[in-house]
Design a protein around this ligand. Structure first.
Ligand SMILES: *Cc1c(COP(=O)(O)O)cnc(C)c1O
Length: 219
């Protein structure tokens, strides 16, 4: 199937409350443009440099999501245009995003990444770290970021029960934190689910899925 057909097929099966991020990392601009012409406007990349280059050459009504692990010293390259940073997993990074957003007179939306997988390789903070940050005075003092939700990645395993348990744990962390509401924090988004597990993620409460290979083919 073509990129356009893949995209239409996935879009047709999604409930209205679920946002599709087309994960286009490593793919050429021509592939992204095919998705764009099919109506896709949200693209996810995991390397800042690659996202910057694609942003420069592509139409300006695209929303760019940074879904990968972010190095603090590279935030400045995307601060002017990035729409959502999914993988915020420490306070220093949050402070840097705030600082760089301020230079461009913007407010940048962020998701806190929670570690739900049992694998050591996956990044993320604990639910109590997230709670402590969201309730801290230092966080309230920031003026140029907004935490709009949580993000998580399940363990890479065939064991559907384990994946389901991990997704469900992110949903319950979300439920336990969503009462925290202030100028910098309004939790609305649960970013979980990729090509192999997005249906399960949606069943467990996902509102934003990050799908790459099922749209663009294998990398
Ligand atoms: C690559 C990537 C995806 C998409 O993976 P697919 O299996 O190709 O759908 C989703 N989320 C993150 C964080 C990724 O790095």
């Amino acid at each position: 199937m073509t990129i356009s057909e893949n995209l239409k097929h996935i879009q047709a099966t999604l409930p209205k409350h679920v946002t599709l991020v087309a994960v286009s990392k490593t793919k050429p601009v021509s592939d992204l443009m095919e998705a764009y012409k099919t109506g896709q406007r949200i693209f996810g990349e995991n390397k800042i440099q690659e996202m910057v280059e694609k942003h420069e050459t592509m139409p300006k009504d695209i929303q760019w999501h940074m879904i990968g692990h972010v190095q603090r010293n590279k935030v400045k390259y995307m601060a002017e245009f990035v729409n959502l940073i999914h993988g915020v997993d420490n306070v220093k990074l949050l402070n840097e995003i705030d600082k760089q957003a301020k230079k461009h007179d913007r407010i940048i939306d962020c998701l806190l990444q929670i570690k739900i997988a049992s694998e050591d390789s996956k990044f993320g903070m604990t639910p109590s770290d997230a709670e402590a940050i969201l309730k801290s005075e230092a966080f309230s003092a920031l003026k140029n970021i907004r935490v709009t939700g949580l993000m998580g990645m399940a363990t890479f395993t065939e064991d559907e029960n384990q994946v389901k348990a991990e997704f469900s744990s992110l949903k319950s962390v979300f439920e336990s934190l969503k009462h925290i509401e202030n100028e910098n924090c309004k939790l609305q988004t649960i970013s979980m689910g990729m090509s192999g597990d997005y249906q399960l993620a949606i069943a467990c409460g996902s509102t934003m899925i990050r799908v790459g290979s099922s749209i663009f083919g294998v990398r």
